[in-house]
Ligand binder design. Structure first.
Ligand code: SF4
Length: 299
């Protein structure tokens, strides 16, 4: 039914619904489409005289201040706007292992974005403790990950393991996933539309794991999760309040988490001088989680 809507209006409606989600409002009454489109359009106009529904709310490429951008909802793919707010099947399941399995089954042999036909061997879903307090999100699988079906198992994965160890914990204690679940050819950066298409599944994983702190590894992860365009220098060094977009928490005790940004381990392999900066980011995370800082860094 919503596919009959004008694409611009659809984006404006999706953005408005996400805005209400951010405020904790999820329940909407649906009316027949003939009433609905006009009613929503006029509601937007009445609610916010400055709202320009002809303008997509997606990242436009201009840099936004972190404070402003952190309140902006993540990109919206061409999706059924009502799917974005409908309860997800895993939300009625108490066991997080089972809930993650439901999300994986929902993903299926996914062909939702172009990456499914660009040489992927398998979908790399995510790995780790389904009730982890700490979750890492990278960009996408590389060759090793594509081969093994697990995120961060190559050289960058080894460095991530060392970073986790330096924090005084083991890889098995955290949950690790990526923005896109299929390997981009030639290890290119995933396109924005690929990130927007795949990330709703990640949002659902985050809502199941319910971490206390989410660490975005690299600019692609940070920009997708925060829906903002800024340099790593601007993004790092602070926490953002984060709620997985389009997913309603089924846990009254979990209403989102802190998000920190640090360098992707693959970048640190290319420029080891930045390891000290990454360690500062991880120390900030450890402090937030009440973890005691070990004496050694990741060097
Ligand atoms: S990257 Fe994500 S959305 Fe694209 S085909 Fe793979 S699983 Fe599907």
């Amino acid at each position: 039914m919503p596919s009959a809507l004008d694409p611009e209006l659809r984006r404006a409606l999706a953005a408005r619904i996400r805005y209400y989600n951010e405020l904790g409002i999820y329940d909407f009454y649906r009316r027949p489409l003939s009433d609905c489109a006009g009613a929503f359009a006029s509601a937007i106009a009445v609610d916010d005289p400055e709202a320009d529904i002809s303008q997509p709310t997606l990242e436009t490429g201009e840099e936004m201040s972190p404070r402003k951008a952190a309140a902006v909802a993540p990109p919206v793919a061409e999706e059924n706007i009502f799917d974005a707010i409908a309860p997800k099947p895993e939300q009625s399941v108490g066991d997080p292992v089972q809930a993650l399995k439901i999300i994986r089954e929902d993903l299926g042999d996914c062909t939702r974005c172009a990456l499914h036909k660009q040489g992927r061997k398998q979908i790399v879903f995510g790995v780790g403790n389904p009730t982890a307090e700490l979750m890492f999100v990278g960009e996408g699988p590389g060759a090793d990950e594509d081969e093994k079906g697990e995120p961060f198992v190559g050289r960058a994965g080894q460095l991530l393991n060392n970073m986790i160890k330096a924090m005084g914990i083991e890889r098995e204690q955290v949950y690790i996933a990526n923005i896109v679940k299929c390997r981009p050819p030639g290890n290119r950066q995933p396109e924005r539309d690929e990130c927007a298409t795949c990330s709703p599944f990640l949002m659902r994983q985050i809502a199941v794991v319910k971490p206390k702190v989410l660490v975005a590894l690299g600019a692609t992860a940070a920009k997708t999760l925060l829906a903002m365009s800024a340099s790593m220098m601007q993004l790092r060094g602070r926490f953002y309040d984060f709620k997985p977009a389009g997913v309603r928490s089924n846990d009254p005790n979990w209403d989102g988490c802190k998000l920190a940004v640090t360098y992707h381990p693959a970048f640190l392999l290319r420029d080891p001088r930045q390891k000290g900066e990454a360690w500062k980011d991880l120390q900030m995370v450890m402090k937030e989680l009440g973890m005691k800082a070990p004496a050694k860094s990741t060097e």
